[in-house]
Design a protein around this ligand. Sequence first.
Ligand code: TYD
Length: 134
Amino acid sequence: MSILQAEIVNLPKILDRRGNLTFIEGSNHIPFPIKRTYWIYDVPGGETRGGHAYKTLQEFIVALSGSFDVVLDDGNEKKVFHLNRSYYGLFVPAGVWRQMENFSTNSLSMILASDDYNELDYIRDYDEFIEFNR
Ligand code: TYD
């Protein structure tokens, strides 16, 4: 799998002086049926999350609040996506090593996932990941 398939999706933005509104429609904005949603919050300064790949799981990551970096690595190439607006989402294909870092204070990341949580789908060892992608 290549990180070239990863992409930032520009979500709709309804500007309003009462406050802005953004929405996600599964069939329009997400390239997989959404099976699960989880979010990461209260991340202490300097902490990282992720540091693994999924064999089949696809994800879509939104910085609902604050900012953080998502570092994607397909074994050949590494790319850093800085998420700092709640109207951008990052599609992360399966088979890519991903790490989340540089969380700002009070950042809130929402992750839409293509399947239920399954530890057997994780690759947590980097050498195993390289072998898996060979
Ligand atoms: P993990 O996916 O390793 O977190 P991250 O990639 O953000 O560092 O998950 C951390 C723990 O939470 C792990 O014990 C599994 C559990 N977990 C669930 O039970 N359900 C979920 O949907 C997720 C994402 C994690």
